[in-house]
Design a protein around this ligand. Structure first.
Ligand SMILES: Nc1ncnc2c1ncn2[C@@H]1O[C@H](COP(=O)(O)OP(=O)(O)OP(=O)(O)O)[C@@H](O)[C@H]1O
Ligand SMILES: [Mg+2]
Length: 274
């Protein structure tokens, strides 16, 4: 891979629509990149749900700090709040599930602060990140919050997972509008593309919507699609990635492995703005 910058490439996974597969995509794309030899950090920037944290490490020991401490406790360094996962090359910056109730309102806690859009950017701008990671993938919640803006402001690229129903299409269009606004404070931000997830070819409108997406967004749609697969529902309960649950030949493993590889190719083709 041609790395033009001496720092990790930061990618936000976002869509204003809930439940489209953002968290599943962060977990399993991260694992796919890690399996392919890249050093990856996953960031849980959805503290009100903390789904990424629960999916990968379950409930954290209470003495472990995460993203909320990173934002609110002055002097907290990235290395204080990053943990290894059982998958080699895959680390996580988790979210505290219980921070005295503040986990649901981190957004509000930041809103009165100077530099409120740059907390994550500043945290990631460290020798620890430069020395340890090739990619950072950020999971965001469905609401448009200051946290999502923090994610996009810290990123080189964003990826929009989408399903093939009409409400997901509305979410997709809204998400691109938000990213356009964030480009005013982060001009290097670029779209890497949209990923069709939970693709279910049994529904009549699936082919129609897929076609519509390709016409409307053209190149923006990844060639890889992620098929609907009931195993993804089981994974968070056992804190495993699809790579630990399925063999190479099985569809979930294949889908996210293909996607991780396509993502790296696109990063190379589009290029990172230093
Ligand atoms: N390819 C898939 N096939 C079937 N189910 C899936 C697939 N991907 C994700 N899911 C399931 O769909 C649900 C929503 O997925 P996920 O939590 O990843 O979405 P999300 O966009 O992160 O949601 P939120 O907006 O609430 O953060 C979960 O139960 C998850 O296990
Ligand atoms: Mg989620």
């Amino acid at each position: 891979m041609s790395e033009s910058v001496n720092r990790p490439i930061v990618i936000t996974v976002t869509n204003r629509k809930g439940g489209v597969g953002k968290t599943a995509t962060v977990v399993n794309t991260g694992a796919g990149l890690a399996v392919n030899g890249h050093r990856v950090l996953l960031v849980d920037l959805d503290p009100s749900q903390a789904s990424l944290t629960l999916s990968l490490i379950g409930h954290m020991p209470p003495e472990h700090k995460g993203i909320i401490s990173g934002f609110l406790e002055e002097g907290t360094l990235l290395e204080d709040i990053v943990y290894e996962t059982p998958t080699p090359n895959l680390s996580i910056l988790p979210s505290e599930k219980d921070y005295g109730g503040k986990e649901a309102f981190l957004d509000m806690a930041l809103s009165g602060e100077i530099g409120r859009e740059s907390f994550l950017k500043n945290l990631l701008d460290s020798d620890f990140a430069r020395d340890h990671f090739d990619f950072v993938l950020i999971d965001t919640g469905p609401e448009l919050s200051l946290l999502t803006i923090n994610a996009l402001n810290a990123s080189d690229f964003f990826v929009v997972p989408t399903n093939t129903d009409i409400l997901s299409l509305v979410g997709l269009a809204d998400t691109f509008k938000i990213a356009d606004k964030v480009k005013k404070i982060n001009p290097k931000l670029k779209s890497l593309g949209s990923l069709i997830t939970k693709l279910d070819r049994r529904f009549k409108d699936t082919a129609q919507v897929s076609q519509y997406l390709k016409e409307q967004f053209g190149q923006e749609i990844f060639d890889t699609t992620i098929s609907v697969n009931s195993k993804f529902r089981a994974l968070p309960k056992i804190q495993k990635t699809i790579f630990e649950m399925e063999r190479k030949s099985e569809k979930g493993h294949r889908d996210y492995n293909n996607f991780a590889q396509e993502l790296v190719r696109r990063v190379d083709e589009i290029g990172v703005t230093p």
